[in-house]
Design a protein around this ligand. Structure first.
Ligand SMILES: Cc1cc2nc3c(=O)[nH]c(=O)nc-3n(C[C@H](O)[C@H](O)[C@H](O)COP(=O)(O)OP(=O)(O)OC[C@H]3O[C@@H](n4cnc5c(N)ncnc54)[C@H](O)[C@@H]3O)c2cc1C
Length: 381
């Protein structure tokens, strides 16, 4: 008997889940993968776009190149999800399945930060990253703020990396002395689970004259005075604002009744929602790990392995362990790594720092290369 699996969202979670299922089960499984986009872009490629290191064409991985047999890709927008019936409506039709997996990620709510659209530049979307890339060449003097507007955002080290890469760009252009760079983050340190990682980033900030404004969130921008208004009412003047927008679950997920406090609650080991046969992985959940591709992918692997075991009648594999590795750009082509563990000590995530080396830089490259090969058949080398 064939099990039908409907996967909503072809990001890190959806791609890993569908490719793992189809490789393990062949025609015992019938996977439909739905995404409104026509191509996948790694989150970290947005920094490559902002700083002109790669072109938009070079970072796009078109879904028409998907390498996964037994997976039917549909470029459709999900407009309605009925978790009780495992029935989904899209602009292309109606889908029903034995198993439904929600992997729709997090959307950006730019309007939640008054003034951001008029006076700032969000750089977390591909379009926003391209717009910021286009204004950077004319920015020569003044204050640049990399500011986080919400409390939960993708890839917590990314704003710090952005400030370091901005510093590097301005140095290359010979205008660094005329620019004050500030980073505003709602945490006390750049990477709270790992003091050693935070120290490495703060060390870079100190060396490079980047000011760290800790424990604050940007609540609004005042387009008239060109000031960032922080969540304690204080104001910071800026000439260029690089913003991490407020994140929220896609509206279609909010309307489905699956969310609680904005995100989908799941069993942290099985990733099951409260609806039988319905799972959720990645940024759209409140599972307790950061919103990052490595965690979405790790959760997707667990759901895939559980389904494979169930279909084959094998013993239940281990549940999700909430661990993952993130690579962090520290400038001068140096890449460090932090291995984080969010579940072993409940409420106290821990992280282990690995200093930059040729090996850690190669690992980051290999992370992307292996996914390009596994999901899209892009040849290595
Ligand atoms: C600047 C930046 C740097 C980053 N760096 C890293 C890093 O170094 N390492 C790391 O692990 N992570 C990094 N991330 C985070 C990472 O990109 C995300 O956490 C990851 O993509 C989440 O995976 P996901 O599968 O949960 O969701 P996504 O990858 O966001 O996938 C969700 C998919 O759902 C689709 N979708 C949404 N709504 C609909 C709808 N209504 N109908 C149809 N399709 C829909 C979207 O088109 C999307 O393809 C970074 C992110 C940014 C912005």
């Amino acid at each position: 008997m064939t099990t039908s699996v409907l996967v909503l969202g072809a990001g890190f979670g959806g791609l890993e889940l569908s490719s793992r299922l189809s490789r393990a089960l062949g025609d015992q499984v019938d996977v439909t993968l739905v995404d409104r986009a026509d191509a996948f872009v790694f989150g970290f490629s947005k920094l490559d776009l902002v700083f002109g290191r790669r072109t938009p064409e070079a970072v796009r991985l078109p879904y028409r190149d998907l390498m996964t047999p037994h997976v039917r890709f549909r470029q459709e927008t999900v407009t309605e999800i009925d978790p009780e019936q495992r029935r989904v409506v899209t602009d292309g039709g109606v889908h029903k399945a034995d198993v439904l997996v929600i992997a729709l990620g997090a959307d950006y709510d730019v309007a939640a930060t008054p003034g951001l659209a008029e006076a700032g530049h969000e750089f977390y979307s591909v379009a926003g990253a391209e717009r910021l890339r286009d204004v950077l060449p004319s920015f020569r003097a003044g204050t640049a703020i990399v500011g986080v507007c919400g409390t939960s955002f993708k890839c917590p080290p990314a704003p710090s990396e952005t400030a370091i890469l901005l510093d590097e760009l301005l140095r290359t252009r010979g205008v660094r002395d005329d620019v004050h760079v500030q980073v505003v983050i709602p945490f006390g340190t750049p990477v709270p689970p790992s003091p050693a990682t935070s120290d490495a980033i703060l060390g870079r900030f100190a060396e490079r004259g980047i000011e760290f404004v800790r424990g604050r969130r940007v609540a609004a921008l005042d387009p008239t005075t060109r000031e960032a208004v922080l969540d304690d009412g204080s104001r910071l003047p800026f000439d260029l604002f690089l913003g991490v927008p407020v994140h929220r679950a896609p509206a279609v997920v909010e309307a489905s009744g699956l969310t609680q406090d904005g995100w989908i609650p799941v069993d942290r080991h099985s990733l099951a929602t409260r609806f039988p046969g319905v799972y959720a992985v990645g940024d759209v959940t409140s599972v307790g790990t950061p919103r990052a591709g490595v965690f979405s992918e790790g959760a997707a692997r667990v759901v895939a392995d559980q389904l494979v075991a169930r279909i084959r009648g094998e013993a239940e594999p281990p549940g999700y362990d909430g661990t993952g590795a993130c690579w962090i750009e520290l400038g001068d082509q140096q890449v460090a790594r932090v291995d984080v563990d969010f579940f072993s000590t409940p409420g106290h995530p821990t992280g282990t720092f690995t200093a930059p080396s040729a090996r850690t830089a190669a690992e980051k490259e290999e992370f992307a290369t292996s996914r390009r090969a596994r999901w899209f058949g892009v040849p290595r080398g």
